[in-house]
Design a protein around this ligand. Structure first.
Ligand code: NAP
Ligand code: MN
Length: 265
């Protein structure tokens, strides 16, 4: 790809968004960016919308490592979105590459039943799809760790720590720490079932295996960021930090701690 400025815009068109996107296109032309219709031809993939749109853009374009991903929000800034359609000055500064920084975000690699594998940027969630609980044997590096019974478990990346993980009482993790976190969704703790009961932060080279106990309720929903897998029946998930990272552009004045403070404090 000779042109390093091939841009694919990932968004759901709407009457409200269109005039703003037109302005963005105009600005792009001024700085010699080329809009492409096929994401395969792009070296820059820009999502328009919230963090959810950014997650979708990455998933739909298959977590490309040879691409820069950029999140452009509408109205405010998010965790993956460093630009705002209503602040063209900031976008223009980004196009001039002033104050820009490339960040690499780790992803999770999840293998289902030793066959199918997929990546996650926020988290992989496994949840009961009925009102009954289900049980999981948890292994870390081949060591039996605990048997969980409850609604489910979430394994999140550092950048995913501020999403689902945080609602479950998980720690907010500085993305400079390379590791991943296991949190519980409503575990039963009594004389029969016992789990750690607190979030567990694991180092980047650990391997986590979640084995679904086959006792009838063994059809949990598997969520990869904001999408559910179509697999209906599983035995185990093997989860580790992937060597593949996502490259994204952010402004130097919008550090992780700025985002945490802006969103939560
Ligand atoms: P959603 O249910 O519409 O929104 C979930 C919220 O999480 C949105 O406000 C979204 O921001 C925000 N978000 C996404 N990634 C984030 C991150 N890394 N840090 C902080 N906030 C983040 O679904 P969605 O927008 O498609 O996002 C998918 C994510 O929702 C999943 O990956 C999961 O983490 C999260 N989720 C949370 C719960 C919960 O907390 N109980 C349950 C299910 C899923 P935007 O508004 O900018 O999109
Ligand atoms: Mn089976």
């Amino acid at each position: 790809m000779p042109n390093r400025r091939n841009v694919y815009l990932y968004y759901t068109p709407s009457d409200e968004l269109e005039p703003k996107v037109q302005e963005l296109r105009k600005l792009g032309r001024k700085y010699d960016f080329q809009l492409v219709k096929n994401p395969d031809e792009a070296n820059i993939i820009a999502s328009i919308g919230g963090d959810g749109a950014f997650l979708q853009a990455i998933r739909k374009t298959k977590f490309r490592e040879d691409c820069l991903y950029v999140g452009i929000n509408d109205g405010h800034l998010g965790f993956y979105t460093d630009f705002d359609l209503n602040n063209l000055e900031r976008i223009e500064a980004g196009m001039q590459a002033s104050g820009l920084e490339v960040l690499r975000y780790p992803t999770l690699e999840v293998t289902v039943d030793e066959m199918q594998s997929f990546q996650c940027l926020n988290e992989c969630a496994i949840r009961s799809n009925i009102i009954k609980t289900f049980a999981i044997d948890v292994f870390i590096d081949d060591l039996y760790f605990e048997t969980f019974r409850g609604d489910g478990m979430v394994v999140s990346t550092p950048t995913g720590s501020t999403a689902y993980n945080k609602s479950l009482g998980g720690a907010v993790v500085d993305p400079k720490l390379k590791g991943f976190q296991l949190t519980e969704i409503s575990s039963i703790n009594n004389n029969q079932y016992r789990t750690l009961g607190s979030p567990l932060l694991l180092n980047k080279d650990r391997e986590l295996v979640l084995k679904v106990i086959q006792d009838g309720n063994d059809h949990p929903i598997i969520g990869a960021d904001n999408e559910a897998l179509s697999i209906r029946h599983i035995h185990e998930l093997k989860i580790r930090l992937s060597e593949k990272e996502i490259k994204t552009l952010r402004m130097k004045d919008n550090l992780f701690l700025h985002k945490v403070r802006r969103s939560f404090l």
